[in-house]
Design a protein around this ligand. Structure first.
Ligand SMILES: Nc1ncnc2c1ncn2[C@@H]1O[C@H](COP(=O)(O)OP(=O)(O)OP(=O)(O)O)[C@@H](O)[C@H]1O
Length: 251
């Protein structure tokens, strides 16, 4: 096991997967450090979603290694539920909050989900739980809307609420798929600040097409194309890379 395997939170090495002979991932290698916020860009069909599917156990790789938590856990041997329990949270593109519940209740439900159904039946919120919900409300900019039904939130606020619900489960790694699609400019700018705050206490991998947002994040960017890494580095480095311009930005 290399030093990189044991120091990184997430370690993908030479991961390949084919669907009906088409290589969706082609020897993809990718590392996320503890406490890192990483942005992923790339054209449609580059393999971004497939990469998330591999990390969360939805798809099994044909070959390659996928380790979590300093090389301690081989994710290829775990199923989706186990991987969620191990501390990998995933935010899909569309918000999936409970519209008929308040913002607070959505967060309370998410906090309880961590405990399992049986424990929840007999559970009352402790002062510590309440403090945690209040903290999450602050983080996701929804304190002033805590008693509002989720149905009445703006699209952006629903996205933030769902991020909050994931935070309630205390993931070590949060995977976020196109969070700012459909958001207003103000919400987009706020989401960049919010994700940077979240990444102070855990690692975050965010997939986005919005280059203004990626620039606002100001973090290391990985550009995928045809199932592997095309370029990796600062936004200025990646956006000036000739291969990235040809395959993605210049399209
Ligand atoms: N379950 C599947 N069965 C067959 N083909 C698939 C499957 N999942 C993904 N693919 C194919 O693999 C390739 C990579 O898809 P993927 O969704 O990972 O790309 P992406 O980078 O997330 O694209 P987008 O930006 O459009 O979301 C695509 O050509 C897609 O059609």
């Amino acid at each position: 096991m290399s030093d990189k395997t044991t120091s990184s939170l997430l370690y993908l090495n030479g991961v390949s997967v084919s669907f009906d002979g088409f290589k969706a991932l082609n020897s993809l290698s990718f590392i996320v450090e503890p406490g890192e916020l990483r942005a992923i860009i790339g054209p449609n069909g580059a393999g971004k979603t497939t990469m998330m599917d591999i990390i969360t156990g939805k798809t099994r790789p044909d070959s390659g290694e996928v380790f979590f938590d300093g090389g301690k856990i081989d994710l290829t041997s775990r199923d989706e539920a186990e991987i969620a329990q191990l501390g990998i949270g995933r935010k899909f593109q569309k918000p999936t909050v409970f519209d008929s519940h308040t913002v607070w209740d959505n967060l309370e439900l998410a906090l309880n989900r961590k405990r399992g159904v049986f424990a929840t039946l007999f559970y009352r919120l402790t002062a510590q739980d309440k403090a945690r919900i209040e903290e999450i409300l602050e983080t996701v900019r929804l304190t002033h809307r805590k008693d509002e039904l989720a149905a009445n939130l703006s699209h952006g606020q629903k996205q933030w609420l769902e991020i909050g619900m994931l935070l309630a489960q205390e993931p070590k790694l949060l995977l976020v798929d196109e969070p700012v699609a459909g958001m207003t400019d103000a919400e987009t700018a706020e989401t960049a600040i919010l994700l940077k705050e979240i990444a102070k206490t855990r690692s975050v991998v965010v997939v986005e097409h919005d280059m203004g947002f990626i620039r606002d994040l100001g973090v290391k960017v990985t550009c995928l194309a045809e199932g592997s890494v095309l370029a990796e580095g600062s936004i200025d480095y990646v956006s000036n890379d000739q291969k990235v311009i040809e395959n993605y930005l210049g399209r």
